[in-house]
Ligand binder design. Structure first.
Ligand code: GDP
Length: 369
């Protein structure tokens, strides 16, 4: 029935199958409106925007996103790139540095409320800037925010005001980084000072941009999220994902290991401590995720027997890619960062073998605690 129906708000073709994609309308709502002989329809996203002044993120495919980014490089704008501090790799927008052209970028590391108090903020800022530089991005400012706890949202607005120099502001990010939560926080912060948010069409795409007025003729503009294929999100069900994504401030967990011993982080990561002095490994992952220590000699067998049982998630290990092993030796203490999960502080002068699902990224960094 949705064949020739389009959203009057954003122009997307209506569909009733995927709430995450453009043009979604619940089947029941569509049915009712058709029965009422409605002639204009709003997708769920535009409906919420109109009625509650509230935005929700939707995902678009690479092709649409490229068009959108291309339209960005053609104008004078300030780009605000929101990333998830716990999933930098999954937050990267491939080629963003090319699309921004000469436009300045403000980098926002969101979900800072999840970092333990012991994390040294300047160190994580420094790490974030290094990660960005590896992607060819050289932000004019870098901030740590919590959209959820409203941490540094004021500072972000002040930074935007300072850096935009009369330009429009485009907020970009992959799905799930907290872009909508952040923009809703900004709307609340600025509500009353300005007119309500509006929409207008992105040139060359079917999608509308959501505009929040900053001054008489300049706007903060939300853009749809793009899906990044390396996110753990693609291998886990929404329920499993909630279980492994940090939800509250992380409590460090300390494990004493004598090599050769192994730590399992649920069924998702295996860390073999192959050689070195007896040391502690400090684990910073979602507080409810099971961390299990065992002998390396029996770890294979243990994993075969326990994956999907004791070692969860995943509950259904079949849809998780095969483990891939990586071996390395640490000279100094290092954080092993696993995209989407958190990190583990590893001791100096030790040999490790780490197993992560193929396609999920890991990296080493100077410890931030
Ligand atoms: P979007 O897809 O980028 O628009 O992301 P959402 O705004 O929908 O947020 C994705 C998930 O991250 C939701 O479960 C949010 O509750 C959560 N989230 C967003 N911002 C924060 C934050 O600052 N801290 C924490 N802990 N969670 C956040």
């Amino acid at each position: 029935i949705t064949d020739e129906l389009y959203c009057i708000g954003c122009g997307a073709k209506l569909q009733t199958t995927d709430p995450e994609l453009a043009g979604y309308i619940p089947a029941s709502s569509l049915k009712k409106q058709l029965a009422d002989h409605n002639e204009v329809f709003y997708c769920q996203r535009c409906f919420r925007l109109r009625h509650y002044n509230e935005i929700t993120d939707i995902a678009i495919d690479d092709h649409e996103f490229t068009d959108l980014l291309n339209s960005l490089s053609a104008q004078k704008a300030l780009i605000v790139n929101v990333v998830d501090l716990f999933d930098f790799d999954g937050s990267v927008i491939p080629g963003l540095h090319r699309f921004v052209g000469d436009n300045p970028v403000v980098l926002v590391g969101n979900k800072a409320d999840l970092l333990p108090k012991s994390v040294h903020r300047p160190k994580i800022l420094n790490w974030l800037q290094q990660q960005a530089a590896q992607q060819g991005l050289h932000p004019v400012a870098t901030l740590l925010t919590s959209a959820k706890k409203l941490y540094q949202v004021d500072e972000l607005l002040a930074t935007i005001e300072k850096k935009r120099q009369g330009r429009d502001v485009y907020v970009v990010g992959t799905t799930n980084v907290g872009k909508s939560t952040l923009i809703n926080a900004i709307i609340k912060q600025t509500a009353g000072q300005n007119d309500v948010i509006t929409t207008s069409r992105f040139p060359g795409t079917t999608l509308d941009q959501i505009q929040i007025p900053l001054s008489n003729d300049h706007y903060l503009i939300d853009t749809p999220g793009i899906i990044n294929g390396t996110q753990m999100a693609h291998y886990l069900s929404p329920k499993e994902l909630r279980f492994v994504s940090p939800q509250n401030e992380l409590r460090p967990r300390v494990f004493q290991l004598t090599p050769p011993q192994t730590l399992f982080l649920g069924g998702l990561v295996r860390i073999d401590f192959l050689a070195g002095k007896r040391s502690s490994l400090i684990v910073y992952v979602e507080n409810n995720l099971l961390v299990h220590r065992t002998k390396t000699a029996t770890a294979d067998d243990f994993y075969q027997r326990q994956r999907g049982k004791l070692l969860v998630p995943p509950t259904d290990a079949d849809h998780l890619p095969e483990f891939k092993a990586h071996e390395f030796t640490t000279k100094t203490a290092q954080d092993l960062v696993i995209a989407g999960l958190g990190w583990v502080r590893l001791p100096a002068e030790s040999q490790f073998r780490v197993f992560v699902p193929a396609g999920v990224n890991y990296s080493l960094r100077t410890p931030i605690v």
